[in-house]
Design a protein around this ligand. Structure first.
Ligand code: NG6
Ligand code: CA
Length: 507
């Protein structure tokens, strides 16, 4: 780990000096949209019939629809880390689900995707869900200018939800400052014990408007009990119903203000993560309860971005990638009737597992790539990992990478643009317990693990088992028949391959 970071230093210094490559009008703007916990079965363009997502479907019909694309991990923080660093998150210790006062977990010496595009002359912005920590080791002080933040790892602009909406603090951070903070009402956040005297879900259940089904019983903000305790910052608290609108507005502002230069927008939606609180104009509209309603809200958000590109006349030369940070979950800790109101909707599609899992529904995600000027419409069947987005975009945008940058990422631009359909030699997946799987050809090998078999409350199988598992995804995409005992030579080959990947020899 360390040598990689050290190797990246000279070029970081170069970026810090503000040198930018000459601008090239042919290079596209890049918008990367990370939906949260969106499943491969949640979109009508992936076969959902109980919910309709016309804007996202339009992306699919105008671009490439990936049939075999994967996030690096089955939870948010590690997937985002892998995407922005081009390094498998399990190589670094502190990449698990980050609390709301976590330090920035990407080393500022790391040469990120944002650094790469910035050095290639792109204006870079991060808008929406962040979940990679903010501030120095020891935690975030939300009352002063927060550094290091997204601006220290390659972004010119930041407007973020620090962690998740179910975690405190319930405030936005814009360029290192809590938006709307009254200095006379400072924010205090703690993840170990209660601070201040605001009611909590545990002590004042009568004040709770959205009951938890698991955990989520600390400070109550807007009637919703969260993870972690906070006090102060009253004037800065977000309104849950408005979060999608706010993120869309800030994304549109960023796009509009950079319409005349190449830009890279990294956008994280809160939808469809818990707590699922749709704006009243979406509430009750899906017929599938609040989880369905926030899918509609997500689709609206994507439509707003597309409409902005159209109205500015820049849609043709904008590469838009839409995908999810991990697979879906139905009950994720709030009693929002998500199971009861599924009405036949299948967020996981045909796949086993879900968010948190090493089985397919944990990391196999929807992914759409639209760039009208260059990308033809069609289906991309190639095995593709989000770990390769970094080097593929760097190649596209003419970014020169320093030695040691994005060590696990591969330039797969032809696949990203739908110009070639070659499988990656292997894909590495990771579950909540950092158990790894290696997928190669149609074989999927899951390493042995003494972790729990099931995440009890979410009812999701994690894929952990004391013995190695092997599935043939071609004949058994639902991972029902473990054939490890029948193919010891394949288990041995894939075990050895995974070991070399772990050692850092990635090919
Ligand atoms: C879990 C939370 C879940 C969600 C997840 C992170 C409980 C019981 N569950 O610990 O609600 O917040 O963390 O999700 O607290 S992620 O998509 O951001 O990784
Ligand atoms: Ca997520």
């Amino acid at each position: 780990m360390k040598p990689l970071l050290l190797a990246a230093l000279p070029a970081v210094a170069l970026t810090a000096c503000g040198q930018r490559a000459p601008q090239n009008a042919a290079r596209p703007n890049v918008i990367f949209i990370y939906a949260d916990d969106l499943g491969i079965g949640d979109l009508s363009c992936y076969g959902a019939t109980r919910v309709s997502t016309p804007n996202i479907d339009r992306l699919a019909s105008e671009g490439q629809r990936f049939a075999n694309a994967y996030a690096t991990s089955s939870t948010s923080t590690p997937s985002r880390f892998g995407l922005l660093t081009g390094m498998y998150p399990w190589r670094q210790r502190n990449t698990g689900i980050a609390p709301g006062n976590s330090e920035l977990i990407i080393d500022t010496a790391c040469y990120t995707l944002a650094d790469a595009l910035h050095s290639a002359g792109y204006a870079t912005g991060a808008v929406g869900k962040w979940h990679l920590g903010l501030g120095p080791a020891g935690g975030t002080d939300f009352n002063a200018e927060i550094r290091p933040d997204a601006r220290d790892i390659g972004f010119d602009y930041e407007f973020v939800i620090p962690a998740t909406v179910d975690r405190v603090p319930c405030v936005y951070v814009e360029n290192g400052r809590v938006v709307g903070l009254d200095p006379d009402d400072p924010i205090e956040v703690n993840y170990r014990h209660k601070v201040g005297d605001w009611p909590t879900g545990a002590e004042n259940p009568e004040l709770v408007e959205l009951r938890p089904s698991q955990g989520h019983n600390n400070t109550i903000i807007n009637g919703i009990p969260r993870i972690g305790w906070m006090t102060g910052g009253r004037a800065a608290l977000w309104r849950d119903e408005d979060i999608a609108d706010t993120i869309a507005k800030k994304a549109i502002q960023f796009i509009t203000s950079h319409r005349d230069e190449p830009f890279f927008l990294y956008m994280g939606t809160n939808d469809v993560h818990v707590p699922r609180v749709p704006h009243p104009r979406f509430a009750g509209k899906s017929g599938l309860g609040s989880r369905g309603d926030v899918i509609l809200q997500l689709d609206w958000t994507i439509g707003e971005v597309m409409r902005t590109l159209d109205s500015l006349g820049i849609a043709d030369n904008t590469l838009l990638i839409f995908t999810s940070d991990n697979g879906p979950v139905i009950d994720d800790g709030y009693a929002d009737e998500a199971f009861e109101q599924l009405n036949g909707h299948t967020p996981m599609g045909i796949y086993r597992g879900g968010k948190y899992s090493l089985y397919e529904a944990g990391t196999r995600i929807p992914m759409l790539v639209r760039w009208p000027a260059r990308v033809a419409a069609g289906e991309q069947p190639a095995l593709f990992s989000q770990i390769d987005v970094y080097r593929s975009l760097a190649a596209l945008c003419g970014a020169e990478l320093p030695e040691g940058a994005a060590p696990d990422s591969r330039d797969r631009l032809p696949e990203l643009l739908g110009e070639r359909q070659q499988d990656r030699e292997y894909i590495v997946q990771q579950n909540l317990d950092n158990t790894l799987a290696l997928l190669s050809g149609s074989w999927k090998y899951l390493e042995p693990s003494d972790g729990p078999a099931i995440e009890y409350w979410t009812r999701i199988e994690l894929g952990n088992a004391p013995e190695a598992q092997l599935y043939d995804l071609k004949t058994d995409p639902c991972e029902r028949h473990d054939v490890a005992a029948e193919h010891p030579e394949i288990v041995e080959r894939l075990t050895a391959k995974l070991e070399t990947v772990k050692q850092g020899a990635t090919d």
